[in-house]
Design a binder for this molecule. Structure first.
Ligand code: NAP
Length: 281
């Protein structure tokens, strides 16, 4: 029977470990806060921002939030980031994406000091990850590695197919699986014979951004399936990129949506904040 990989339980384990470490750091006089900046009031972003604040509270670090109006200029945002880069009490800076269209997202990402880039999106963090140097890892892919490891799923030598090549999920995911000694194939919208390719995967990681796209015909019997997608269906319920009910019986392990990859992203964000605090030692 397929094992359901429980992201809620695993993310709680990680947050509990971090909570303990934060208490130890505090005892040594090391504290820190995560600065979260939201521009505009996109409701989905507000939910994510709120969850991040709650997670900070849970593990015992501070959070400073900036809720800026939609018309905030790029220069104003860059000034705030520059200020936060200098503040010693701030261990991490996160700008909730997407930002409004009049703001250049790349410029914003690059303005954040790599020492406080807890989202792991800065080109320096991405470069460090690529060559195996220390640096912040992109949270969702790093969370998936934790899900696999903490579920005792072997990665080394396995064929992993990652569907999607975005900068925040697909590409870093493929690199992290490579770092864990998987043999990695990256598929995207121009890939030919997607189904045949996916059927060769021991571990199939789906970050395609299309609700319930992957059914059982894409999955090798006994494969591990990780569903990164998050969508709201017609009934306003959350679903992933995978047709869970159809695919689950053919897998050895699978992540549900919700309760799979989603909770791990915030846990790994907290991990990066604590990592930044450790760096102050
Ligand atoms: P994205 O930027 O839209 O990227 C989607 C990728 O899928 C692209 O690389 C695209 O290829 C590829 N693709 C699209 N249609 C395809 C097809 N028919 N066949 C093969 N490949 C196809 O999305 P993303 O930001 O990576 O996110 C992916 C999903 O994960 C979304 O549902 C998002 O909401 C979710 N997500 C979840 C979390 C979490 O915490 N759980 C975090 C981030 C994202 P091209 O490059 O050729 O266009």
């Amino acid at each position: 029977m397929a094992k359901r990989i429980d992201g809620k339980v695993i993310s709680k384990q990680i947050k509990d470990e971090l909570k303990e470490e934060v208490a130890q750091l505090k005892a040594k006089g090391i504290e820190g806060s995560l600065a979260v900046i939201q521009v505009g009031n996109d409701p989905a972003s507000s939910v994510y921002v709120n969850n991040k604040k709650k997670a900070c509270e849970y593990i015992g670090i501070g959070s400073i939030s900036y809720e800026l109006p939609e018309e905030t200029t790029e220069a104003e945002l860059l000034d705030i980031i520059e200020d936060l880069n200098k503040r010693e009490d701030v261990c991490g800076i996160l700008v909730q994406l997407p930002v409004p269209k009049h703001i250049d997202e790349d410029k914003i990402i690059q303005a954040i000091s790599p020492k406080k880039d807890v989202d792991g999106f800065h080109p320096q963090s991405v470069g460090a990850m690529t060559i195996g140097e220390p640096g912040f890892l992109s949270c969702t892919p790093a969370g998936i590695i934790q899900l696999l490891k903490r579920s005792n799923i072997e990665i080394e030598g396995k064929h992993c197919v990652v569907i999607g090549r975005s900068n925040i999920v697909g590409k870093p995911m493929a690199l992290l699986m490579l770092r864990e000694n998987a043999t990695v194939t990256i598929a995207h919208s121009k890939t030919k014979n997607l189904k045949e390719l996916c059927k060769q995967a021991d571990i199939l990681i789906v970050a395609i951004g299309k609700p319930k796209f992957i059914d059982e015909s894409y999955v090798k019997e006994g494969a591990v399936v990780i569903d990164v997608g998050i969508h709201r269906n017609e009934e306003n319920k959350l679903c992933g990129d995978v047709k869970f009910e159809k695919v689950e019986p053919h897998t050895s392990a699978i992540t549900p949506v919700p309760g799979g990859v989603g909770p791990m992203t915030i846990a790994m964000l907290m991990n990066n904040c604590v990592e930044s605090m450790r760096g102050q030692k």
